[in-house]
Design a protein around this ligand. Sequence first.
Ligand SMILES: [Zn+2]
Length: 489
Amino acid sequence: MNKNYIFSLLSLFLFSLGHAQSYKKPLISAIKETDLRKDMYEMAADQFWGREAGTLDELKVSMWLADKAKEAGMQPAGDHGTFFQFFEMYRHQITSQSSLKIGDKNLNLWKDFLVAEPVNTSVDGEIVYTGNTEPEDLSKFNIKGKVLAVNASDKNIDKEMTLFVRRYPGFVRTKYYNKAYELGAKAIIFITDDISEKSWVEVLPQMTRGSYGVEGLREKITNNIPILWIKRENASWVKNNPKLSLNLITETYKYPSVNVIGKIEGTDPVLKSEYVLLSGHQDHDGIRHPVKNDTIYNGADDNASTCVAMLAMARAYKKQPGKRSILFVFHGAEERGLLGSRWHAAHPVVPKEKIVAVLNGDMIGRNDNNEAALLGGNAPHKNSEELVKMAEDANNESTKFKYLKDWDSPNHAEYFYFRSDHLPYAKIGIPAVFFTSVLHDQYHTPQDESENINYKKLYKMTEWMYRTSWKVANETERPKVIANFSLER
Ligand SMILES: [Zn+2]
């Protein structure tokens, strides 16, 4: 055996050793359940009144988050050296000047009738009452240039979904709208059935709030035909085909929201210019209809859970930075349609190509301690083999969650992959995954509160996200995007 051979063997050994240990272990001990608990009780407290996007409450919690981010060791990474990236939402809202007269009866907006989506329109015409007719039989009636009145029905509507009652008017709309439009109807009146009777109290706050958009999304109101709802106890109003006179006036105005953004710089002179983006959303649903005598929708799991996890991870990165930098983005206005993440994906505070991956969390503090979902972990939602492998390796190291894989299936009734802040980033070609402990009975109710969080679970989910981010921050190669990845929905 010659010396050169021994030398090359030795260097191969040293190389593999060096390669396997080319970076430190994650500093798990810096993540503390007591911190998660303390921050949770502050952020999801009644003092922030449910953190609704565009309100002073969202601005107040943004100040709280910025203070916390600073305390945890982040540097500001928002606009003009601050922690804030403000953006404008567009809000479209039906005004109280709107009116409806059926026959000789004047009806009261939001009391006697609901308007499903904001439009500007005047309709004068005859009502054609079609009773229980399903969409495929509507053509038996002449509704061209007239107003269709129909009894809502749940036939052919999939009922396997959380918040089904809240979403139901939308499903009914989808079921009838195109057919009615095609047949020339000028407006639609739905008369409630059992499910929509129940849904009235839930959809009222949604409809009165109106709709929200951001640059590139719902900037203007639609030209759709108006959709009204009346209660079945008032069905007699439309049964004898009277005349209707409807005037809907919608106002559109700009409305502020804000992303809170901080960073912790990496240690590698080259890789520090690249960023691992940790993502959560700070907003929730504000004050709404009472459930069990409570009206404040605190959003502890949704999504103070990820915000406090991000603060905990920041403390760990402050003590032991990675090679790459970490960008912490607490998105605003997620509940109004992923508006903050849409904005930041379009206007990132660091160059887009320097964001190596997005690790988003949403609702990470509930349900079984040993189960969790990684959305974007499986085809067709998976957009990076390497990133998913890092998340899976991180899980195998310690947390050992059993994956709730069906939640990542394109056939899952919730379409959950499409419902959080990683989505706008995945759409622009950044490797992205979504960590979640999934839905529960108290989802989007005032009972989503600090005392109902499973802190052991929240700790484990934080650990999983942190271990994953640590790999992304330190591996030599950044995760690649799967070629030709595209999202169907
Ligand atoms: Zn959420």
